[in-house]
Every structure is written in C-alpha cells, then in structure tokens.
Design a protein around this ligand. Structure first.
Ligand SMILES: [Mg+2]
Length: 404
C-alpha cells in the first residue's frame, strides 16, 4: 500500500487580523525572512515526499496566479504545484469540498498561515479505519487565543471554538491527515472546518489526534508575523545525519540495484523515523560505482531509491535527499569512467548537501560501515561513526543520547 503524496494547503483566508498588510496580499504570501511564508510550507512538504501540492485559494486568488510561477521555480523539480480557486468565499470546508474531484483517498492538509515543525509522515501512519482525520496538536500554557481540543488516548473528544477561559490546554496545530470521506461531512455552501466539521466529527468519535512537543508559529497577528521573520528561518536550520546506504540501511550484498535485493538492516526504518521525529535532516550518501562498471544504470539507482522512499513512508520515515556517486576511475562505461570529488572517501557529496540545505553543522554526523565513509565525513569537518551491524535504531538512539 503506497502512501498518498498529496498535500493540500489552505491559502484562501482573509487574514483580517493583520489589517493593511493583507489588504492586497493573501497572508500565506507575506514575506518571512525575505521570501513568501508559503514557500516554507512547500519546502517542508516536498522534503517529506509530498510532491503533488494543491493550493486552495480564494481571497486575492489573482495574486497567487502571479506568484505561483515563482513558487514553482523555488520548489524542488519533483514538485507539481496546482492552484484551485473557489468561485466565491466558501470557508475552509467549502473550499475542500470544491476541490473534491482533485483529492486522493487520503491526503495531508496544512493551514497556509502556520508552521508546525513535526514529522509530517508520522501523522499518516496511525489513522484508524474508523477515523476521518488525524490532527497534530500542541500543548499551550494559555489557550485563550485559540480554540481548544480535548484528547482521550488518541481520540479527540471535543473540538471547541475560542472561549474566554484561558489556562493550559491543547490547540489545533493546523496539520491534518485526512480521508477524502471527510467530504461526506461537509454540507453545501460556506462551511468552516474548525467551527462546523471538526466539532461534529469529534462528537461522533471519528476525529483522532496526537500531541507534538515541537515548534509551532502562526503568522496571523502582527507580533507573530514579526517574530516569524527570524524564528522561521532559524527553525529551518537543522542538524543533519548522513547515512551510507549499503551496509547501514540495507545489507551490503554487493551492487544491489533492484528492490528484490534489498534486505533492510534491523531497525533501519525505525532509526530513520527517529531522526525525522527528532528534527534532523536525513541524507543518504552512497558510492554507486556499479553504474561506471556497467552493472546497472542511474535510472535503476533512482528507481530503487524511489522504492525505498515508499517503504520508508509506510513506516512514517523519509530521507530528505538521496545522493549517490556513479563514477569510478576504472569503470567501463566511458561517461562514468573517471575520478570524482563526490566519490567517498572524498567529501563532495556531503559538501554539496551542506551547500544546498540549511544544515547546522554542529550536532551533524555521519554513520557508515566502512573507513571511507568516516574519512569522507572527516574531510567535510563532521564526525563519522562506524556501524558494525546490529540494530540501527539502537545505534542511532545511542548517538542521540550522547549529544552534548
Ligand atoms: Mg557501505
């Protein structure tokens, strides 16, 4: 069973609490750290493997038409970005219903004006059959500004609108894993998910939730928009774990290039998920000299990585980028028969990733099963650790426990 790669983002709100700022510009397009806030959400969805992104626009939709080309250009090449414009203000539920024909059986839904820094795939793995949606929740010391959510085990018992009563509680983090069946619970006309649909689903025990103790910010108020200017870009700077592939993630059988040759190392997928949950970037850095040696092609390598990504997603895990080096000086395929600064023990693959992603080098490290892996890490200025077999989840947990 493959996991849906669709991410729907609600970008149709008016942002009335921001006054003049949103008179001409929809809130998700306001600049944060020098670029549209929405571009962070697209980037976050893309790195989790959500490649089909649907923007549900309404207010000032014509501005989206102008900006979508820039958003596409800034997004990874794998991302397919579409905009659906509601014909009249329909509320968040109405907008979703209007987009119905374009929705997968299950999909990720994001509020377009907040960022909750969680492992987005974690939400997808535990929606019970009886459930229509699973929500990411955040504990707040004072909920007076928000609607509140009451959770009993994994079930949402009550989904309440804003009330005057303050104090600690759980709030909706604006990230949902949903079944398309939610459309059956949305009536005609203007309907709000938060005031109409979710409270009803909670009352009929079809709404589930999980609390995440992670960074969350919505840009709906002048002071939170100001705060976002530094805190959102800072939040995107994460430490990274670089993983060798053969011998660390899957058993090294020698030039594996087909899915039937993959035997996962014990705990490998759980180890990757634990790094996703902890807020690390996870990169694969793999020498694939089999391409230069004519054993298989780059197309095979990419197809295998896509297959591996599917299996990871089923367990709530993902790799942010698979890097590989197809070159070898003694290769027999002419175009790959050369030395490469990316081939380990040279650090090229790691350096390229450090360049392309906002990695915080402190607290980043590599795990490999050979000396050349650790040498490549050292040449890139990172610690490298030798994994000599066993359970990778335990190995990673041990590394994380020793963080300074
Ligand atoms: Mg290896």
């Amino acid at each position: 069973m493959s996991v849906s790669r669709q991410c729907v983002i609600l970008v149709g709100g008016k942002g009335s609490r921001l006054g003049a700022l949103t008179r001409e510009r929809p809130k998700p397009l306001l600049a944060v750290g020098g670029r549209p806030f929405l571009s962070y959400l697209v980037q976050e969805a893309a790195r989790h493997g959500f490649t089909r992104i649907l923007l549900l626009a309404g207010f000032k939709a014509e501005v989206f038409a102008d900006e979508v080309a820039a958003l596409r250009a800034a997004a990874p090449a794998t991302v397919d970005l579409k905009v659906i414009v509601e014909p009249e203000p329909m509320g968040t539920g109405g907008a979703l219903k209007f987009a119905g024909p374009h929705l997968d059986e299950t999909f990720l839904l994001l509020n377009g004006d907040s960022l909750f820094d969680i492992n987005l795939l974690d939400l997808s793995i535990a929606l019970p059959d009886a459930g229509v949606a699973r929500l990411a929740l955040k504990a707040q010391p004072d909920v007076s500004r928000y609607g509140t959510v009451e959770l009993a085990a994994d079930r949402v018992r009550r989904f309440a609108e804003k009330s005057a009563a303050g104090g600690p509680g759980l709030i909706n983090g604006g990230v949902y894993w949903m079944r398309r069946a939610i459309l059956d619970h949305i009536g005609p006309g203007a309907v709000s998910l938060e005031t109409d649909v979710l409270p009803t689903l909670a009352a009929s025990s079809r709404l589930f939730g999980k609390v995440y103790d992670r960074f969350m910010l919505d840009i709906g108020l002048p002071d939170t928009l100001e705060q976002a200017q530094s805190s959102i870009p800072a939040q995107m700077r994460r430490p990274a774990v670089f993983l060798d592939r053969d011998g660390v993630i899957n058993r090294d059988v020698g030039y594996a290039h087909r899915s039937d040759q993959i035997v996962w190392v014990e705990g490998a997928l759980a180890a990757i998920k634990s790094l996703n949950d902890a807020g690390y970037y996870v990169f694969v850095v793999s020498n694939q000299a089999g391409v230069a040696r004519g054993n298989y092609t780059e197309t095979d390598v990419k197809a295998l990585h896509a297959w591996m990504a599917e299996r990871m997603a089923e367990q709530g895990a993902h790799v942010d980028a698979f890097s590989y080096c197809p070159y070898h000086p003694e290769g027999i395929v002419a175009e790959y028969a050369k030395a490469s600064p990316r081939r380990k023990p040279a650090p090229g693959m790691i350096l390229d990733l450090l360049q392309a992603w906002p990695v915080q080098k402190a607290d980043s490290f590599l795990i490999g099963d050979k000396a050349i892996d650790v040498e490549a890490a050292a040449a890139a200025g990172l610690p490298g650790y030798l994994f000599e077999g066993g359970d990778l989840r335990v190995f990673v947990a041990d590394r994380l426990a020793r963080r300074p």
